[in-house]
Ligand binder design. Structure first.
Ligand SMILES: [Zn+2]
Length: 160
């Protein structure tokens, strides 16, 4: 069973599961362990991965208890058994990150606020009916702003 993490691929935008190919660096909490050798502090590790859809390379930053990551880093646990720790190892960062879209200030505030959630829902192929309703609202807001701009500037004609 492979150890894999849900990501939205930054290259192809597909929601997918990127598997852990190699743990290549880690940061145990030596300070905490020195204070209390019996403590099991959270450690951080970097994992090489790739998108199964487009094969784009990914670096994942994961966190788990020292007692779980230490044997993996010491190569005491074969990669075929990493999947047993799926519930104990959390994805905290992905590089490159999924691109965030930013909008010009000319785009109305209501639309700028609605877009990030809408884009994530669309990428994850969820909430289709809700997304359609949001798109309708966005169009209404855009039309209202265009009409407002047209009434202030007679050169601009609103669409019929
Ligand atoms: Zn991809």
């Amino acid at each position: 069973m492979a150890l894999a993490f849900r990501v939205i691929c930054p290259y192809c935008s597909e929601p997918t599961r990127a598997s852990a190919e190699a743990f290549f660096r880690w940061w145990p909490d030596e300070e905490e362990l020195e204070k209390n050798p019996l403590a099991d502090p959270v450690a951080t590790a970097a994992v090489a991965s790739y998108c199964p859809e487009c094969e784009g390379l990914l670096s994942l930053v994961v966190q788990g208890k020292d007692s779980i990551l230490r044997p993996i880093m010491a190569e005491d646990v074969p990669s075929s058994e990493w999947g047993h720790y799926q519930a104990d190892i959390k994805l905290v960062e992905q590089h490159p990150g999924t691109p965030t879209v930013s909008f010009s200030r000319a785009v109305p505030e209501e639309i700028r606020q609605a877009m990030p959630d809408l884009l994530e829902d669309v990428a994850r192929r969820r909430n289709a009916a809700g997304n359609l309703a949001i798109c309708g609202s966005i169009l209404e807001v855009a039309l209202r702003h265009i009409e407002g701009a047209a009434s202030q500037n007679p050169e601009v004609t609103p669409p019929e």
